[in-house]
Structure formats: structure tokens, C-alpha cells
Design a binder for this molecule. Structure first.
Ligand SMILES: [Cu+2]
Length: 154
């Protein structure tokens, strides 16, 4: 029990340092809004994507193409899955959307262009409650873990 509590505190401190580092970031290289997610191994074969909470404000964050980047510094393959979210890709010269389920190999990085059409539709259809999308690694998710959350502000 003592060990478990200690590791929880360590993760919390690590998360705090990530959140404090200014993510989301605006890379100077291009006119995009980039959000960085980093895979983190936990005990008991579990893993999470950090940070665990992202708030997007359409009025400011949707003015440029929205990029999600996934860094996997661990020794295992992880998947970023976010039900309800879609990515925009070009296939045979045609731009299509598909559900966000991205596989990232060990020590690799991937990025996607987020399709905002569905987000906007969800936000319009909703009540006054902000729209939320969960995300997690389906390969290493704990049974009682609800994963991270992307919250769309109003
Ligand atoms: Cu995983």
C-alpha cells in the first residue's frame, strides 16, 4: 500500500510538471495548433496518456488546423483511442475522416490532423454541458480507469 501511494504521488508530480510547461503549444514552424500527448507506463502493465485533461476553446484553438501529436518514449507499443473524435486523412487523393485510433510504436511519434466538423456538430447538439471526449490506450487500460478527457469549451 505504501509503495502504491508513493507511485501515485510521483505520477501526480510528473503530470504537474507537464501541465505547467505550457501545453498546448504553438510551434513556430507552422500555422497549426498542436497538442502533445505523451505515453507513460504505470505499474501492473498499465499505461496512460498525459496530460489527462485537455481543454480546447473553439474560438481560439480552432482558428488554425488542429494537430494532435503522440510521443511514445516507452519500450512498449501504445494506442491512442478517443471515441467520438475523428482524424482527417488523405486517401487516394481524397480527404476522408476516420475514428481516432492511432498506434504508436516504442520510441516513435505520430501525429494526426483532427477533424473539427464532428466536434462542432457535437457542441451544437449538446446542452449547456461542455462536450467531452475520453481517450486512453486500449491495450493497457485498467478496468476502473476512465482515461483522460478532452473538454470542448464554449
Ligand atoms: Cu498502451
Amino acid at each position: 500500500m505504501r509503495v502504491a501511494r508513493h507511485s501515485l504521488l510521483a505520477v501526480g508530480a510528473w503530470l504537474g510538471s507537464i501541465l505547467g510547461s505550457g501545453i498546448p503549444t504553438m510551434p513556430s514552424a507552422g500555422w497549426t495548433k498542436e497538442i502533445l500527448f505523451v505515453a507513460r507506463d504505470l505499474e501492473d502493465q498499465q499505461a496512460v496518456w498525459l496530460p489527462r485533461k485537455i481543454i480546447l476553446q473553439p474560438s481560439t484553438d480552432f482558428t488554425e488546423p488542429l494537430i494532435f501529436r503522440f510521443d511514445n518514449p516507452t519500450a512498449r507499443t501504445h494506442v491512442f483511442e478517443a471515441p467520438g473524435l475523428f482524424e482527417s486523412i488523405e486517401e487516394n487523393g481524397v480527404r476522408i475522416t476516420r475514428p481516432v485510433r492511432i498506434t504508436i510504436a516504442p520510441e516513435e511519434s505520430e501525429q494526426i490532423l483532427v477533424d473539427r466538423t464532428q466536434i462542432t456538430t457535437d457542441a451544437r447538439a449538446g446542452t449547456n454541458e461542455p462536450v467531452r471526449y475520453r481517450f486512453y490506450c486500449p491495450l493497457h487500460r485498467a478496468d476502473d480507469d476512465t482515461g483522460g478527457t478532452i473538454i470542448i469549451g464554449q
